[in-house]
Design a binder for this molecule. Structure first.
Ligand SMILES: Nc1ncnc2c1ncn2[C@@H]1O[C@H](COP(=O)(O)OP(=O)(O)OP(=O)(O)O)[C@@H](O)[C@H]1O
Length: 366
């Protein structure tokens, strides 16, 4: 699967640009401020439905304009072309389209273009908030496990109902309706156990791949990843909810469950977030993503699109080369940005490669 055309209109510094990427490696280079990251950001909108650079989504719209548009042609595994579009209206949010048909359902678009992104901030996956690590696993399960999106939405709805009862108790001091509370607690257990089992199974499946890949980069390090369920060790979720009921009543929200789950990474038995260098953290993230893409393609027979912003940041040339070699082995379409093409001399060995120069708000193939 790959994008054969990308068009941007009134998107950040680009008035109108279009370019035709190749199926494999696409190098986008240009000076600071030329618009390299903006191009990745536009493609990212199609795969995630949001910018990776800002929470203020309107900032992608060109100053003085009201809408920004990204349009793409996607060629799937069977060679069938689909047209995927995304428009950001400053006054009315996002609008997506598939083959010209408008869809409000983001998941329909996201499901069509499985995508990963690697940026200088990607180490946050290891050192940042647990939510990022839950999102990492949930991305894979969303794409490969039938019904997982519905399961997550049932869990989230149940959690918010239970939290509403707890919050109301804290705010008003009125006793909680016991029947309702037990109903939502039972549902939380049912969905929560399913979510947690799916995450554990998935992580166990990619673990061996992560260990093998990491040892190729840094042989002396033995990496391990472990899922923390988000409730008391050695107990079932049901038991933990009972144990924590008085705390939940005091705080006004549910303090245990898979919404508190996390992944712990250790290297030679020590915490990865506290002991790895910045470059080693980035290597770990790249490996997690490569393992994820390999697993994804073996389970779904589909490939991924991989965006790499500023590959040179904290990765030496040997590592960059090994990293790209591993990704390109997985039949992935790659978009990678850098300031200088000299950072890519090692890519001369790849036949399927295009180089684009971004300058004067234009994208030119070289
Ligand atoms: N909404 C907008 N309208 C017009 N121009 C914008 C808008 N938002 C950002 N810009 C400009 O677009 C340009 C592109 O920025 P971008 O971050 O994509 O460049 P870059 O090539 O990735 O730079 P660097 O190498 O420094 O990271 C910048 O000059 C920025 O000032």
């Amino acid at each position: 699967m790959h994008l054969s055309l990308v068009q941007l209109a009134q998107f950040r510094n680009f008035e109108q640009v279009a370019f035709s990427p190749c199926k494999s490696l696409n190098i986008i280079h240009g000076a600071n401020g030329a618009g390299k990251s903006s191009i990745l950001e536009a493609i990212h909108l199609l795969g995630f439905g949001r910018s990776f650079r800002t929470n203020r989504q309107n900032s992608v719209v060109q100053h003085t304009m009201d809408t920004a548009t990204v349009f793409s042609r996607l060629i799937d595994e069977e060679g069938v072309e689909q047209k995927i579009g995304c428009t950001r209206h400053k006054s009315d949010g996002f609008e997506f389209s598939i083959n010209g048909e408008r869809t409000k359902k983001l998941s329909d678009v996201v499901r069509k273009i499985p995508m990963q992104i690697f940026t200088p901030q990607s180490s946050d996956l290891i050192i940042g908030q647990p939510m990022l690590r839950r999102r990492f696993v949930d991305w894979a399960l969303f794409h490969v496990k039938h019904g997982y999106a519905d399961l997550m939405s049932a869990y989230t709805k149940t959690l918010s109902q239970r939290n509403a009862l707890l919050r109301n108790y804290v705010n008003t001091g009125k006793a909680i309706d016991g029947q309702q509370f037990n109903y939502w607690t039972d549902s939380l257990c049912r969905y929560g156990n399913l979510v947690s089992d799916a995450r554990k199974t998935y992580l166990a499946a990619i673990n061996a791949e992560v260990v093998a890949l990491y040892s190729q980069f840094i042989p002396e390090f033995k990496i391990e990843l472990r899922y923390n369920t988000g409730w008391d060790k050695g107990t079932e979720l049901e038991e933990s909810l009972t144990l924590k009921k008085s705390r939940d009543l005091q705080y006004g929200y549910t303090t245990v469950g898979p919404h508190k789950g996390d992944i712990k990474f250790t290297v030679n038995g020590l915490s990865a977030s506290e002991n790895l260098s910045r470059g080693q953290l980035r290597i770990l993230v790249s490996i997690l993503q490569i393992a994820q893409m390999k697993m994804f393609s073996s389970l779904s027979n589909k490939s991924t699109i991989y965006l790499i912003d500023d590959i040179a940041a904290e990765l030496d040339e040997k590592t960059r080369e090994h990293f790209l070699d591993l990704i390109l082995e997985t039949d992935t379409q790659v978009f990678v940005t850098a300031i200088e093409t000299s950072q890519f001399e090692f890519t001369n060995k790849y036949n399927d490669k295009k180089v684009f120069h971004v300058e004067h708000n234009q994208v030119n193939e070289e």
